[in-house]
Design a protein. Structure first.
Length: 257
């Protein structure tokens, strides 16, 4: 297996599902356990805190534009509310961070905090220690990781988790060659309509500002139990940590080869 194929994308910060396997079909359901942002109307706007370097700004902008094509939600980029290295969560929004986090073994990590079945906050980190290498320092890899991780924070799982299948033309597809998987496809938008087809009586989407708040779970030992995948460096993994009182944090990891 080639080096590129072994480290197939998966990550971020998210979803709480005991079974994440998804059939490699464009018609497959790829929500993750029906977890979603609570809101009282559609379309709603989710803020993405910009805690990334200038090398990532254009990719974050592309991702925000792509997901805002949905008919049920918009994303908007706002000033970050956390230090990129700590990347602490802020209620009601997603903090997006980049830094040279070192030889952690991961390309990216996305984390989502969930209360009941509602998302309350999220973070995602991209590791410049790896993205500054020739293997990953390409527009295709940067677009794929950024797009996929934000997609997880919206409630989406992957359309396909088989590295060897033909690309589906979506960033929510695992691949060893990301050239044709840099953006959402029609099924991603259809799935968002399904996820957000009902309205809630309250909202977890807020205009929170100020310093980042909430726990910061940086290492595998803090991520909780492994619920999917493997901690082998040639794989992807999902962890779940039970915080008590019906609250959890789910961590999606993309391991670098």
């Amino acid at each position: 297996m080639s080096t590129l194929r072994r480290k197939r994308l998966l990550l971020i910060p998210i979803a709480v599902v005991a079974a994440l396997a998804v059939a490699p079909m464009a018609s497959a359901d790829h929500s993750w356990g029906d977890y979603h942002w609570a809101r009282t109307s559609n379309p709603f706007t989710l803020k993405l805190g910009d805690n990334v370097s200038s090398a990532w700004d254009s990719y974050l902008a592309t991702t925000s534009t792509d997901w805002s094509k949905s008919t049920v939600l918009d994303t908007t980029i706002v000033a970050g509310a956390t230090n990129p290295r700590s990347c602490r969560a802020t209620s009601g929004r997603v903090e997006v961070c980049s830094a040279a986090y070192g030889g952690t073994g991961w390309l990216g990590v996305a984390q989502v905090w969930i209360s009941g079945n509602h998302i309350t906050k999220g973070t995602m980190k991209v590791n410049d220690t790896y993205f500054k290498t020739a293997t990953y320092n390409t527009p295709a890899w940067r677009n794929l990781v950024m797009c996929q991780e934000v997609g997880h924070t919206l409630g989406l799982d992957h359309q396909d988790e088989n590295f060897n299948n033909a690309n589906l033309g979506t960033c929510m597809d695992y691949t060893s060659n990301p050239e044709s998987n840099q953006h959402p496809n029609a099924h991603d938008y259809e799935q968002l309509v399904s996820i957000y087809s009902h309205l809630d009586t309250t909202t977890t989407v807020s205009a929170a500002t100020g310093p980042g708040a909430g726990g910061n779970f940086e290492t595998p030992g803090e991520w909780g139990r492994l619920v999917s995948g493997s901690d082998d460096p040639h794989s992807v993994a999902v962890y779940e940590r039970n915080l008590g009182a019906g609250q959890r944090v789910v961590t999606f990891v993309i391991w670098a080869a």
